[in-house]
Design a protein around this ligand. Structure first.
Ligand code: HH2
Length: 256
């Protein structure tokens, strides 16, 4: 899954693809580099990010989505808002990627009606405050239980199990130690019997481990991608598609 953030303030590519033309060009480049799925987002969810008005989010996302209708690859939309989910589905989105796991009022219903696949992500707290001393007794157990409940809620709302992907939400209300614990025990999520998506690309935990700024975290991101593959992730949400493809090629050859 190649990431295109149509925002001024995303932590790693904020401002680079804010106009539709550059976002489209970047999405096409990622597809050419081997992304099977493009994830576009119009609102940053980085720690401390300010919420974006709904109208603004729609104005950022919809032109890019429509512009990708001929891409020949599925496009997911990273949003928490039911109105954006609905409009995105009408504009050709294949997946709704929600960092709130369809927790907003009306989100489950909007996703169910859309016919799209859904990615349910775990997050503890709101972006504004989630990194202020998050606490878990058992981070893996808590994440797993939460995802299991959200899968059940989705199924009860009519979203078929084979349309659901789960994500432990690296960096969302988690310290570096929590993220490492989740990565080390990622395979425990396989008991949910739902595909696992992992998003570690360029994240601040990698900065903490290496001492490197966001633009110098490619090697750390690739190491994390390999660890996520080893932990059973089958979708990697990444900014650097070409390089991650090489990691996957080595991983696949090794396994076969
Ligand atoms: N991470 C980010 C945003 N959306 N969605 C899923 N499913 N999993 C993730 O780990 C995830 C996500 C944060 O990364 P990014 O989009 O690069 O930054 P920002 O939120 O600042 O736009």
């Amino acid at each position: 899954m190649g990431v295109v953030n149509i925002t001024p303030d995303s932590f790693s590519d904020g401002g680079r693809f804010l106009d539709a033309r550059s976002a489209l060009a970047h999405a096409r480049r990622l597809a050419e580099e081997g992304a099977d799925l493009i994830d576009i987002g119009g609102e940053s969810t980085r720690p401390g990010a300010a919420p974006v008005p709904e109208e603004e989010e729609l104005n950022r996302v919809l032109p890019v989505l429509r512009g990708l209708n001929d891409l020949g690859k599925p496009v997911s939309v990273d949003t928490r808002r039911p109105a954006v989910m609905k409009a995105a589905a009408q504009a050709g989105a294949s997946m709704i990627n929600d960092v709130e796991a369809l927790g907003a009022p009306g989100a489950i219903e909007a996703a169910a009606a859309s016919g799209c696949a859904v990615c349910l992500m775990h997050k503890k707290g709101d972006p504004a405050t989630m990194q202020q001393d998050p606490h878990y007794d058992d981070v893996v157990g808590e994440v797993r239980d939460f995802l299991e409940q959200r899968v059940a809620a989705c199924q009860a709302a009519g979203i078929a199990r084979d349309r659901i992907v789960v994500d432990p939400g690296f960096g969302f209300g988690k310290t570096a130690a929590h993220n490492l614990e989740l990565l080390r025990r990622l395979h425990e999520l396989s008991s949910l019997e739902i595909p696992v998506l992992a998003g570690l690309s360029r994240k601040s935990t990698l900065g903490k481990l290496t001492g490197r700024p966001v633009e110098e975290r490619l090697a750390a991101s690739l190491a994390a991608a390999l660890l996520a593959l080893q932990g059973g992730a089958t979708i990697l949400r990444v900014h650097d598609v070409k390089e991650t493809r090489d990691v996957i090629a080595v991983w696949q050859a090794f396994r076969e």
